[in-house]
Design a protein around this ligand. Structure first.
Ligand code: ZN
Length: 493
């Protein structure tokens, strides 16, 4: 291995070693977008090779074969063969085999000591057959997935290993933070449900209406800040209509789907990165074309699937130079239905059995769901009363409190109103941050003054609480600004 593992990757390796050491043979590693799953995969392979083992690494899509070969090669893993039709790297003697699941279905299982199943939320019958083959009873099958929540996966895997969550990775700066607006609510009343998600045909009819399509574009023009944007559509016709509507409004837009060939995809990618194309409307492109510098996500594809939702939003969470956060414009109601992606947590794999306590769970979930600011459509985390984006206070608060608020200039010329109550919350969260990081109270005071332009009015009797994403992202932005100004000074000196 050439690369050194990041702390969360090293932790995943450690969890895996312990799981196998305790006798488990079917561990599943949950590695969210941004985790560096490929590097983790290479590390697992590397570790197996060091013990003289042969490894088979299974992928669910042809496009992932060469990508994986390249990634392993870059890590110094060169003894690699491929099992995929008559691929030029076919060589059964090699210690590492990268296998397409479609080819495995038609062949005898390769001789191997360890099997890694990449993107394991995409489950295939052949895996089940392989796991149940007595010859492989004691052979470890290691699952890798950002979203191992497929129904019934717990029947095949016996140990869910969560090395870190999306929230952990955002807090540690490996993923970008995000802010969400919910500008419209689609009418899905006639849409049927099929296999746990909306019926795609019905969904197309519900979403692909001229007024809704126009609304997506006008909202983007209003809130999109001209960011490089990826739009998720229901089907190909819908994606093309969206692209046409953007073009008609003078916004250069592209279109890709799962059948767009590699050359064209590459050319769109280049135009996207050069700024020639601002918006790319897509359908069915989740496993390919994932490493673009996307700074705004438009959700025009409603879903009931947490997996699909997390994967769509995940396309916008990669960090990039000069990127503060990802803007999410949700036209699908998904945040109101499923919550923020950082709130989607499962401690256990689904064993396929109906949930008995699902009712109480739903209530719990409902209490955690964000709400949309009626004034600016900003998606507010649960418990937040005043809108942090526009300062709007929903009724129930007295006018006095509203008057106490004052406008604070935010970047981009947005004005924000904070009440005394909001400021107290901010101060207690800043204290919570200091508490976590072992910093003094003076640090919280300083950050408070940075934010509001004056020292906290009340300092004592306020207890520290866990800082919210809003406060954390403010601290981070101040730290970045501070580091930049220091660099400037150093350069000037
Ligand atoms: Zn608002």
């Amino acid at each position: 291995m050439k690369s050194e593992l990041r702390p969360h990757q090293a932790k995943a390796m450690d969890l895996l070693r312990r799981s196998l050491g305790s006798g488990k043979r079917r561990p599943m590693i949950q590695a969210p977008t941004g985790f560096g799953k490929t590097l983790l995969g290479a590390s697992i392979v590397d570790g197996a090779l060091a013990k003289g083992n042969k490894v088979t690494f299974c992928v669910p899509a042809l496009s992932l074969i060469d990508q994986t070969v390249q990634a392993f090669w870059d890590e110094g893993i060169r003894d690699v063969g491929v099992i995929q039709a008559s691929h030029e790297l076919t060589n059964a003697e090699r210690a590492v085999q990268i296998a397409s699941v479609q080819t495995l279905e038609r062949r005898v299982f390769p001789e191997t000591n360890v099997i890694v199943i990449d993107e394991a939320h995409r489950w295939f019958k052949v895996y089940e057959r392989w796991m149940n083959d007595p010859l492989f009873e004691n052979v470890p099958f290691v699952g890798l997935s950002a979203t191992p929540w497929t129904k019934g996966l717990g029947k095949f895997f016996d140990d869910l290993l969560i090395a870190s969550t999306t929230k952990d990775l955002i807090d540690a700066g490996y993923l970008s933070d995000f802010q969400v607006y919910g500008p419209s609510t689609p009418d899905l009343s006639g849409v049927r449900t099929l296999a746990g998600d909306w019926h795609e045909g019905d969904l197309g009819t519900a979403m692909d209406k001229p007024k809704l399509v126009a609304d997506v574009v006008s909202t983007w023009c209003r809130l999109g800040e001209d960011r490089p944007t990826l739009v998720f559509a229901v089907n190909r016709a819908h994606a093309k209509h969206l692209r046409d509507e953007f073009e008609a409004s003078g916004v250069s837009a592209g279109y890709i789907d799962a059948y767009t060939d590699a050359d064209e995809r590459d050319s769109i990618r280049r135009s996207f990165h050069s700024g020639e194309i601002k918006v790319v409307c897509n359908v069915g492109c989740l496993t390919t074309g994932v490493d673009w510098d996307v700074r705004c996500i438009v959700l025009a594809r409603p879903t009931k699937s947490e997996m699909l939702f997390v994967q769509m939003v995940g396309r916008g969470l990669r960090t990039a130079e000069g990127k503060q956060d990802c803007l999410i414009l949700d036209h699908s109601d998904t945040h109101q239905r499923l919550g923020f992606v950082t709130e989607i947590l499962h401690e256990n794999l689904d064993d396929g059995r109906p949930k008995t306590s699902s009712n109480s769970k739903n209530v719990e979930k409902k209490e955690k769901l964000p709400t949309v600011c009626p004034s600016c459509s900003f998606m507010k985390p649960v418990g937040m009363h005043a809108c942090p984006s526009c300062g709007f206070l929903p009724e129930k608060k007295s006018d006095v409190e509203a008057e106490e608020g004052e406008l604070v200039a935010m970047k981009g010329g947005k004005k924000q109103k904070y009440t005394a109550e909001d400021k107290t919350r901010w101060y207690s969260e800043l204290l919570g941050y200091c508490h976590e990081k072992g910093k003094s109270r003076g640090y919280a005071d300083g950050k408070f003054k940075d934010k509001f332009g004056h020292w906290p009015a009340t300092k004592w009797g306020i207890s520290p609480v866990k800082p919210s994403p809003e406060v954390l992202s403010f601290i981070r932005s101040r730290n970045i600004a501070w580091a930049k100004s220091r660099r400037k000074k150093e350069n000037a000196a």
